[in-house]
Design a protein around this ligand. Structure first.
Ligand SMILES: [Zn+2]
Length: 159
């Protein structure tokens, strides 16, 4: 038995080292489908209410997406576009520069991935690990499907 919850979010990104327009900052309306599976087979996996897992128990995965990815600029950790962080470092002790850095940090929410480019593949892997750490006992993450566009998606099942 498997249960899926769908999450939608918007984010900007760019791909470092990409020879083409994806190296420019651009946005996507992403859709993530998180599927969890039972450990037991068939109806034995269901509780007294007839549920494998309450859908609301998957909501915290969406909360994580809202905090870390939704309406953020997702960057490769090696990307030199993390301008607010750079200015914050340089601004130390200079009130005008410190103020400028604060304004930039307020208008650009940047999330650097732990490693690699913010591709749908890398994001699906990250979301797999996040879901794995959040879901309650009794179920396992079966698959993460991440749509970058309505026609293009990645499936990650842990392998
Ligand atoms: Zn893109």
């Amino acid at each position: 038995m498997k249960v899926t919850r769908r999450f939608e979010f918007d984010a900007a990104h760019r791909l470092m080292g990409y020879d083409g327009s994806c190296s420019n900052i651009h946005g996507h309306h992403y859709v993530a489908e998180v599927t969890v599976a039972s450990l037991a087979s068939g109806l034995e996996a269901l509780d007294d209410l007839g549920m494998l897992i309450d859908f609301k128990e998957l909501k915290s995965i969406g909360d994580w997406i809202d905090v870390h990815w939704d309406h953020a600029l997702l960057l490769n950790p090696g990307d030199n576009l993390d301008i607010p962080t750079k200015i914050t470092r340089m601004a130390s002790g200079n009130p005008i520069a410190e103020n400028m850095a604060k304004v930039l940090c307020d208008v650009v929410e940047i999330t650097q991935l732990p490693s690699g480019n913010p591709t749908a593949e890398n994001m699906a892997k990250i979301l797999y690990d996040v879901a794995d750490s959040i879901i309650p006992p009794g179920v396992v993450v079966s698959n993460i499907r991440l749509y970058e566009t309505p026609d293009c998606f990645v499936d990650f099942d842990g392998r």
